[in-house]
Write a protein that binds this ligand. Structure first.
Ligand code: PLP
Length: 445
C-alpha cells in the first residue's frame, strides 16, 4: 500500500508544490489516508497549522521562495501545510496532478475560468448550471470583458459547436446540474471542447469523486463547492480547482502559459511546471493577486468531511432514490426529477457516469404549483428550509424565490427550473423518518 508522504518538503507555490503521488488505494481508503501520513510520533490526525506565515533564517532562501526556485511554505495565502494536505487528498480522489483550495465554490469557478480567459476572450457554458455560477458568467465575467455563450447541454453536437468562436478559451458544465438534476454528457462536451482546442471544466460538486470522476471521461479541469458534500456537515465554506494535467496548453491558444510571466520573473508555466502548469499558474498568479484562499481551520473541517464522504454519499444516494420513487407515486406531485427514475431522460447518462448513485438532491413540482410548494415547505417538521444543499440533514429550498431569484422566466426555463419547483436535499436520517415528514407536509400542501 503506497500512501502520499508528507515528509518530502511540500513547497508552497514552488515547482514541486502541486505534486500528488499516485495512491493505488480504493477511494474509501484514499479519503482517510491521502494527503497526510504521520511520521513516527506525529499526530494521527491532520494538524491545523494555524499560522499566516513561516519563519526563515536567510534572506537568500526567502528570495528563492519568492522566485519559485525553492520549495517551502512562506505565506498562507499561497500555501499552508493543512490546506496543502487537503489539496493533495482531493487531487488524489479526482485522479488529478494538483489542486488549489479556495474560499468558496464561487471562487473556485471564478479562478478556473480566469486562469484561462481574460478580456476579449469567450467561453461556452451549459445553460443548466447553478444560479450563482450563471450570474458569475453572465454578469461579472461580462463586466471583465469575457463573453459567455450558454448552450442547451441536450442539443446535438453541431448545434453546440456553432457557439464556438476563434477567441473561445473554455467550455463549462456541471456533472449533476443544480437544481434541475440533469446529468451532463461529459464525453460529448469533452469531444466538442477538444475539437475546438479548449479545455472542458466540469463542476463536480453534487457527484463528488466518489460517484463520478470526470477526468476519466475527458474533462480537463474539475471544480467543487466543498461547502456541499465534501464538508457535508454545513460547517465550512470552500471550493477547490483540480487539474487533470492532461490538457496541452502549448496548442497556440494560451500564450499566458507559454510566454514569460513578468510578474513572476519570466516564469513560463508550461516550461517550468510541465503538466502542472495550469494549477501552478492558478496558485502563484491568481491566488497571489485575488487572495480567495481557504483557511487552515477551514481545510481541517473539510478534511473531517472527506474522511466519511463515501459512507455519507452512499446513504444520501440510497435515501434519495427511495424518496424520488415515493414522490413519483404521490398524487399531489406533478413531476419528479431524479436520474434513477424509470421516466428520467437522464437514466442512461446516469448509468454511464453515476453507476454508484446519483447523490441526495431531488427536485420536484407539486400539482398546486408555487403556492402548494410554499405550503409544503412551511409544513415540514424535521427537514429544514435553508439556503444550502448536500448536508447530512434533509433540507429544502424553493430555487425560484431564493438561489435563482435574479433569473428571469426565460433564464429559469433554460436552467431547467419551473416556478413551482422544490429542491429537496435528502439527508442521511433513517428513511422512515424522512418519508413520514414529507408525508405529513404533503398532506398540507
Ligand atoms: N457550484 C455548484 C454546483 C453549487 O451548487 C454551488 C453552490 O450551491 C456553487 C458552485 C457555489 O459554491 P459556494 O456556495 O461554496 O460558493
Amino acid at each position: 500500500m503506497t500512501r502520499c508522504c508528507n515528509k518530502t518538503p511540500i513547497p508552497a507555490g514552488g515547482k514541486a508544490r502541486t505534486c500528488v503521488r499516485s495512491v493505488p488505494m480504493k477511494i474509501e481508503t484514499q479519503c482517510l489516508y491521502a494527503g497526510y501520513t504521520p511520521g513516527n510520533g506525529q499526530p494521527q490526525t491532520l494538524p491545523i497549522y494555524q499560522s499566516t506565515t513561516f519563519k526563515y533564517e536567510s534572506t537568500e532562501q526567502v528570495s528563492k521562495l519568492f522566485d519559485l526556485q525553492e520549495a517551502g511554505f512562506f505565506y498562507t495565502r499561497l500555501g499552508n501545510p493543512t490546506v496543502d494536505a487537503v489539496e493533495q487528498k482531493i487531487a488524489t480522489l479526482e485522479g488529478g496532478v494538483g489542486a488549489l483550495c479556495t474560499a468558496s465554490g464561487q471562487a473556485a469557478n471564478m479562478l478556473a475560468v480566469l486562469n484561462i480567459a481574460s478580456a476579449g476572450d469567450h467561453i461556452v457554458s451549459s445553460s443548466n448550471i447553478y444560479g450563482g455560477t450563471l450570474n458569475l458568467f453572465a454578469v461579472t465575467l461580462k463586466k471583465l470583458g469575457i463573453d459567455v455563450t450558454f448552450v442547451d447541454p441536450e442539443a446535438q453536437a453541431d448545434e453546440i459547436q456553432a457557439a464556438f468562436r476563434p477567441n473561445t478559451r473554455a467550455m463549462f458544465g456541471e456533472t449533476i446540474a443544480n437544481p434541475s438534476i440533469a446529468v451532463l454528457d461529459i464525453e460529448k462536451f469533452a469531444a466538442i471542447a477538444h475539437t475546438n482546442g479548449v479545455p472542458l471544466i466540469v463542476d463536480n460538486t453534487f457527484a463528488t469523486p466518489v460517484l463520478c470522476r470526470p477526468f476519466e471521461f475527458g474533462a480537463d479541469i474539475v471544480t467543487h463547492s466543498t461547502t456541499k458534500y465534501m464538508d457535508g456537515h454545513a460547517l465550512q465554506m470552500g471550493g477547490v480547482v483540480v487539474d487533470s494535467g492532461n490538457f496541452d496548453w502549448t496548442n497556440g491558444r494560451f500564450p499566458e502559459f507559454t510566454e514569460p510571466d513578468e510578474s513572476y520573473h519570466g516564469t513560463v508555466y508550461t516550461r517550468d511546471f510541465g503538466n502542472m502548469a495550469y494549477i501552478a499558474k492558478a496558485r502563484v498568479q491568481l491566488m497571489r493577486d485575488m487572495g480567495v484562499c481557504q483557511t487552515p481551520f477551514g481545510a481541517f473541517l473539510i478534511n473531517q468531511g472527506l474522511e466519511t464522504l463515501p459512507l455519507r454519499i452512499e446513504r444520501h444516494s440510497q435515501n434519495a432514490n427511495t424518496v424520488a420513487h415515493w414522490l413519483a407515486r404521490h398524487d399531489k406531485v406533478e413531476s419528479v426529477s431524479y436520474p434513477t427514475l424509470e421516466n428520467s431522460p437522464y437514466r442512461e447518462l446516469a448509468a454511464k457516469y453515476l453507476p454508484k448513485g446519483c447523490s441526495g438532491v431531488i427536485s420536484f413540482v407539486l400539482k398546486g404549483g408555487r403556492e402548494a410548494g410554499a405550503r409544503f415547505i412551511d409544513s415540514l417538521k424535521m427537514a429544514s428550509l435553508l439556503v444550502h444543499v448536500a448536508d447530512i440533514r434533509t433540507c429544502v429550498l424553493h430555487p425560484a424565490s431564493s438561489t435563482h431569484r435574479q433569473l428571469n422566466d426565460e433564464q429559469l426555463a433554460s436552467a431547467g427550473i419551473s416556478p413551482g419547483m422544490v429542491r429537496l436535499s435528502v439527508g442521511i436520517e433513517n428513511i422512515d423518518d424522512i418519508l413520514a415528514d414529507l408525508d405529513q407536509a404533503l398532506a398540507n400542501a
